[in-house]
Ligand binder design. Structure first.
Ligand code: SF4
Ligand code: SF4
Length: 472
């Protein structure tokens, strides 16, 4: 306890005066926020691990197949050339994070960040199970390196490794797809060296972070943690200590005192090792609410009102649900959010999961076949941007007289597998009499059929138009 009462003012609490790391073993807590966070953590872990397997409209909720340059976000499929849509999604994501942080401070860090969720729900549980509670672990850190300690460490890290491998293989499925994951796992590493190394390097990084670095990642490395002051304003919610009510702290010879009994329970439970009574805007505070629950349990025993440590804002504006939604910076985020959603919806409603481009062949603009017939040559570029094979067939639309137009395509039923792009020659022969002042517009239709029975992608028709030219 003594070290908790002597937290430094000139450096993060997790460093000693020599600059070495002071390992933090937070005491478990229970209470109003804890119960809700536990439930959320359980749901989030299930969600994080099953993301690659969740399908929306028959497509993965999240797929980042960089190798084949095919991506899926919320069931919407993107190709590499859909960069503007990806940028729109990123802007939307950043705006949402900005909006959330301005309103609710570090609610992401404390409640939903995978780092917090996995460490608290899985890794700290394993640690407690193998090495004992926080007090035992603190003592063990200061004791000699015995065989018993070595055995416990070995078992703990073996379990850490096993769970980290579960996480990294879920992440691998995000990059390769769930269909390819079993194939990769059953083939020798030499055949998939890149993915093999990717998995093990990622496992090493996550193991280091979740098993060892923990709060140091939040304090020293996390870019989002560093940007808090950019997003937050005086009305942003944070975990705060009510100093007007709590001070002066009760001590043996103080007769008139506030509600804080200086028990340091709030410090003991803090995963980043800080004292919230030193201010709500400390860099290390991840807004996890553990100190609020710990203090509430003390207040309950003292029969005092709860909430000496609670969610509040610097401006003491409380956390009224509606009022904060229509103020300054929050309102600006909401307007920008609506603009982005409108642009994104319009863009998505106009895009298809295939592409058809017709280019004129360079060189002679036309060929005279005989006194009656001419021909023009084109390149037809077809792309299949869906997850299933498709056939593309070029046809003359109804109303076009086939006795004056002939389409010459080497194989007019082009089958393209998912992600494939193919260019084929297209020659159009036509009667000279169709031309007006040396040219005419010809409508074409491309019929696109999905080959998989299970695919929910309907057959489609694409309308194109080409300019036929001849002598003036
Ligand atoms: S000060 Fe409180 S809310 Fe902030 S990290 Fe520590 S326990 Fe969590
Ligand atoms: S838990 Fe509450 S009463 Fe105890 S030291 Fe912290 S603020 Fe004071």
């Amino acid at each position: 306890m003594s070290d908790l009462r002597e937290l430094p003012l000139d450096r993060p609490s997790s460093f000693d005066d020599q600059g070495r790391r002071r390992k933090i073993h937070p005491t478990p807590v229970s209470g109003f926020f804890h119960r809700r966070r536990e439930l959320l953590k359980f749901v989030l872990i299930l969600f994080f691990l099953s993301v690659p397997w969740i399908k929306v409209n028959g497509h993965p909720l999240l797929l980042l197949d960089i190798q084949n340059r095919i991506f899926s976000l919320f069931g919407v499929v993107f190709r590499a050339h859909d960069l503007p849509i990806v940028v729109l999604f990123l802007l939307l994501f950043t705006t949402t994070i900005g909006w959330l942080t301005t309103l609710y401070g570090r609610v992401w860090c404390g409640w939903a960040c995978p780092q917090t969720v996995f460490i608290e729900f899985v890794y700290r549980r394993i640690e407690t199970w193998i090495e004992g509670d926080a007090i035992t672990r603190r003592k063990m850190d200061q004791g000699p390196f015995t065989f018993d300690r070595f055995a416990k460490l070995a078992i703990k890290w073996a379990l850490f490794l096993a769970f980290t491998l579960v996480i990294t293989h879920s992440l691998l499925a995000v990059f390769v797809g769930t269909e390819r994951l079993p194939v990769l796992l059953s083939s020798p590493p030499s055949e998939n060296l890149f993915f093999f190394l990717f998995t093990w390097i990622l496992t090493g990084i996550l193991l280091l972070d979740f098993g060892f670095l923990r709060e140091q990642f939040c304090i020293v490395m996390c870019p989002y943690g560093k940007m808090q002051s950019v997003f937050q304003d005086a009305h942003s919610l944070a975990i705060t200590y009510d100093s007007a009510r709590g001070e002066p702290r009760r001590s043996i010879d103080t007769k008139t005192h506030g509600d804080c009994i200086d028990c340091y329970k709030c410090v003991q439970v803090c995963p980043t090792g800080i004292d919230i009574r030193r201010g709500s805007n400390q860099l290390e505070c991840i807004g996890c609410t553990a100190c609020a629950d710990a203090c509430d349990s003390v207040m309950e025993r003292l029969k005092k009102p709860l909430g000496l440590i609670k969610y509040n804002s610097e401006a003491q504006s409380g956390h009224g649900f509606l009022a904060r939604f229509f103020k300054g910076r929050v309102l600006a985020y909401e307007v920008f959010f609506l603009i982005l959603i409108t642009i994104l919806s319009l863009t998505l409603s106009r895009r298809t999961d295939f592409s058809v481009e017709i280019f004129k062949v360079r060189g002679a603009p036309y060929t005279q076949i005989d006194s009656e017939w001419l021909s023009n040559s084109f390149h037809l570029e077809l792309g299949n941007e869906s997850f299933h094979a498709k056939t593309f067939t070029v046809e003359l639309p109804e109303g076009v007289n086939p006795s004056s137009i002939r389409l010459l395509i080497p194989n007019n039923s082009v089958e393209l597998k998912s992600g494939a792009i193919q260019q084929i020659p297209l020659t159009i022969e036509f009667k000279k009499e169709l031309l007006t002042l040396g040219k005419t517009m010809l409508p074409l239709e491309v019929s696109i059929k999905t080959l998989s029975d299970s695919a929910k992608e309907p057959n489609q028709r694409y309308k194109a138009e080409v300019t036929l030219i001849g002598p003036f």
